[in-house]
Ligand binder design. Structure first.
Ligand code: PEP
Ligand code: MN
Length: 349
């Protein structure tokens, strides 16, 4: 349920509600709107008369049940859009945030070359997996700790923010120390111990949709992270498994406006995993922006034909720069900004 406080409620009255909830073994999550404070009540057991009791407390205007199984992630809990801040970067604030880079961190040279190119084209966040969830145990598994060191070095040299995947609850703290955003991959969307562990760090989490997950299951996974105490969740649509074999996954762009309606969290789209083919990335990225996505996650490699993972879906730097130009055109048409880049520029090594 949500407790809506009066616009004149004092801090002491808000604390009074929180203390009452604690006394009943429930958690109160506070969300300070511009006008009034709203408290989301989370717990496993609600006494039937709880709502009536809370409504009698000083400073409380209304108490209403949240109809959805996810509470903190729902629009009912927070009607206005959440903006996730990563330093000076705002995700979900109206402009399009582009995160780009290779599937896997392979070497310092590869990461530096990619970072310089994607930054020149206007990307603000560099992606690259140090720990890779591969379908085959015989495929390249990532550089691990060495990959994290490379990411930290590239961040230092270029000023780009870093996003990288974490697969294991025990890796959450070390990965958080080296990156700005923690990526939870499609295969880990329902790794509940991992989702709970994300509540222990003060870093944004990019939560990919599982390849066989419904939108409700995806939002429930976001709820796990939020109920553990981390409200900085960004959702990422990356395609789902269907009967279609012409593409690696079927990119569900209808999920973007659906999730925007159901939740206040920012939604970004990954057209690389969403299609599996580099030549489908640009049209689907443009469609994602038109559908209302807050950003994009795109695989870019200096030489996709030699990539250790996901080469066929990776753009080279020239194609990425061209994509960014097209996104600026679409962005302008739908009233969304994109950071300027050196148009069409491919920066030399
Ligand atoms: C990735 O981003 O490289 C990745 C493994 O993505 P997903 O979890 O969407 O398959
Ligand atoms: Mn990949």
């Amino acid at each position: 349920m949500i407790v809506v406080m009066s616009s004149k409620a004092t801090e002491a009255q808000i604390q009074g509600v929180l203390a009452r909830l604690e006394g009943k073994g429930l958690q109160g999550h506070r969300s300070g709107g511009e006008e009034r404070t709203v408290i989301g009540v989370i717990g496993t057991r609600f006494e039937p008369q709880l709502g009536e009791q809370l409504e009698m407390l000083p400073g409380v205007t209304t108490v209403t049940p949240i109809s959805k199984p996810y509470k903190l992630a729902s629009r009912e809990f927070r009607p206005s859009d959440t903006i996730v801040r990563v330093g000076d970067l705002e995700i979900g604030g109206g402009d399009i945030t582009v995160m780009a880079g290779p599937c896997s961190v392979e070497s310092l040279d590869q990461m530096m070359e990619t970072a310089i190119a994607v930054k020149a084209a206007g990307a603000k966040v560099l992606r690259g997996g140090a720990y890779k969830p591969r379908t085959s145990p015989y495929s390249f598994q990532g550089l691990g700790e060495e990959g994290l060191q490379i990411l930290a070095e590239v961040r230092e040299r270029t000023g780009l923010k870093i996003i990288t995947e974490v697969m294991d609850p025990e890796q959450v703290a070390p990965v958080a120390a080296h990156s700005d955003i923690l990526q939870i991959g499609a295969r880990s969307m329902q790794n509940f111990p991992l989702l709970k562990q994300l509540g222990t760090v003060d870093k944004p989490v990019l939560l990919k949709r599982g390849m066989a997950a419904t939108i409700e299951e995806w939002l429930m996974a976001a709820e796990y992270v939020m109920a553990s105490g981390n409200f900085k969740v960004i959702l990422c649509e990356r395609g789902i498994r269907t009967f279609e074999t012409a593409v690696r996954n079927t990119l569900d762009l209808s999920a973007v406006p659906i999730v925007k309606r159901l939740s206040h969290l920012p939604v970004i789209v990954d057209p690389s995993h969403g299609t599996g083919k580099w030549y489908l990335v640009k049209p689907m990225a443009m469609a994602a922006v038109a559908a209302g996505a807050d950003g994009l996650l795109i695989e870019v490699h200096p030489s996709p034909d030699t990539a250790l993972s996901d080469g066929p879906q990776s753009l080279n730097p020239a194609n990425f720069a061209e994509l960014m130009d097209s996104l600026r055109t679409i962005g302008a048409a739908v009233g969304r900004g994109l950071p300027a880049g050196c148009s069409g520029a491919v920066v030399p090594r």
